[in-house]
Design a protein around this ligand. Structure first.
Ligand SMILES: Nc1ncnc2c1ncn2[C@@H]1O[C@H](COP(=O)(O)OP(=O)(O)OP(=O)(O)O)[C@@H](O)[C@H]1O
Ligand SMILES: Nc1ncnc2c1ncn2[C@@H]1O[C@H](COP(=O)(O)OP(=O)(O)OP(=O)(O)O)[C@@H](O)[C@H]1O
Ligand SMILES: [Mg+2]
Ligand SMILES: [Mg+2]
Lengths: 254, 254
């Protein structure tokens, strides 16, 4: 099972849109996917139709609940989810003096059968707090969505530094599987310049697939569907299918 | 001095873009403005040209440093800033067991001369953690930027509930001065529907001014200038000037 943390502390980079749509596109290609939603906003959880998750994954952090008990079906073929809940807002404070707080999620994941899924995608909140650290400690790879705006470039150094520190101190196998340019508006030179900047600075770490700005991607959450079920012929569906193909091709090199 | 917290836990709603450009537009209209950047990403701080803020406002939270000592000039007329720093990432954990942690900023603001500025704008991180609570406890008003996407509507109830709780328990004068529709793409029906939904649900709380999607707003941070200095005739400059006029008109009703 590939364990991929989808993270960027910059808000609105496309983390949830990527987690849900990449999961669905992998599902289409017969990969079995488990999403973990670590965001107190519950964006992925409510997008996939789980309106009242009770405490969701919060239980795994504070009551030593078993994650296996909170895995839920979704309406997307081959995709299951461990839902978030608003309770997560209190996790940082609740775990402040807890020994081993940074590796709770990793220890919880030891309890689940790894052969049941091909991919684990962890949707992170827009912060470098305890929830994101847990995701980085539990994952084997990091996928970084970046909005094609110059302001999105500011925090990348801080994020990559955090990944290095987690790799050094908590999780030696952690590596970046890719940087994904999101919300790329073909109509503006600005977006193109930001994509070129990313390619110049990070080379092969940047996925060849670029996710174009496409209003259908912004619409589909209100219909509770990923883009390939909402509008299968849209740019958004094409782009996330291309990303899934590129992610699958990485399987060979691992 | 009006003390306005600019907050929304949804990432990428336009908080920083609004804090910096509204401050500059108010400055144009001869209002003196102090920005406080509470975001560990330091977006507003680096946009306004402060590259190395040392510990910035972090000192005020942990070392009982005096905020007056960290106020900095900016290159924008009538606008000063109390900068953020990456150290803020650790504030939540550092204050977890601290008595009165939620009102540190408010107590710090008692030390500054309120007649020196007309407006205090607090740029918040995308979370409902200790930094945002401090902002809500220290402010007299809340301005909520909302991206014109359906996914941005999800978290509003959670935010408004948090405002109510802070008003009830920590800060009885707190009120919402307005909900601001941001990144409204005139080309899509989706954005229009979201704006209409906001107006239907929140009525007069929604500013008449709408901030249109305008790539010039995404470009100006890389030039270290607010929109009215970067491209004074752009839609972005027009919209933020209109917002400033509307905010100033609210002065009478207070
Ligand atoms: N390629 C795209 N085209 C158009 N809209 C997009 C695209 N990708 C994401 N969006 C929209 O942009 C907004 C931000 O995306 P999303 O919520 O997925 O980012 P995020 O990083 O998960 O945000 P947060 O930091 O709040 O968790 C959402 O309203 C989403 O619908
Ligand atoms: N009206 C607009 N038109 C075009 N781009 C915009 C507009 N408003 C904001 N942006 C861009 O959208 C992105 C998100 O805006 P911004 O960073 O101000 O939001 P934020 O709420 O402060 O994000 P965070 O949650 O990370 O603090 C930025 O890249 C910004 O340049
Ligand atoms: Mg998200
Ligand atoms: Mg911001």
């Amino acid at each position: 099972m590939r364990r991929i943390a989808i993270t960027n502390q910059k808000g609105g980079s496309g983390k949830t849109t990527t987690a849900v749509n990449l999961a669905a596109a992998l599902g289409e290609k017969k990969r079995r996917v488990l999403i973990i939603d670590l965001d107190p906003q519950c964006s992925a959880t409510s997008w996939l139709g789980l309106k009242n998750p009770d405490k969701g994954v919060f239980r795994a952090f504070t009551e030593n609940g078993n994650v296996l008990d909170i895995i839920s079906q979704t309406n997307v073929p081959n995709v299951e989810i461990i839902p978030a809940s608003p309770w997560l807002v209190g996790v940082e404070k609740a775990l402040a003096r807890e020994v081993g707080a940074e590796t709770i999620l990793r220890r919880q994941l030891h309890k689940i059968p790894h052969e049941r899924w091909d991919y684990l995608l962890i949707d992170c909140p827009p912060a470098l707090g305890i929830l994101t650290i847990n995701a980085l400690a539990a994952a084997s790879e990091v996928l970084v969505p970046v909005e094609a705006h110059v302001m999105a470039l500011e925090g990348l150094a801080q994020l990559l530094q955090t990944v290095d520190v987690v790799k050094e101190r908590l999780n030696p196998e952690l590596k970046i599987c890719g940087i994904l340019a999101c919300r790329v508006d073909r109509r503006t030179r600005h977006a193109q310049e930001v994509v070129e900047h990313l390619q110049g600075r990070f080379g092969d770490l940047v996925y060849k697939t670029v996710i174009r700005e496409n209003v259908r991607l912004a619409e589909c959450p209100s219909f509770g569907k990923p883009i390939m079920l909402y509008d299968p012929r849209s740019y958004g569906a094409q782009d996330y299918r291309a990303l899934a193909a590129e992610v699958i091709r990485q399987e060979r090199g691992r």
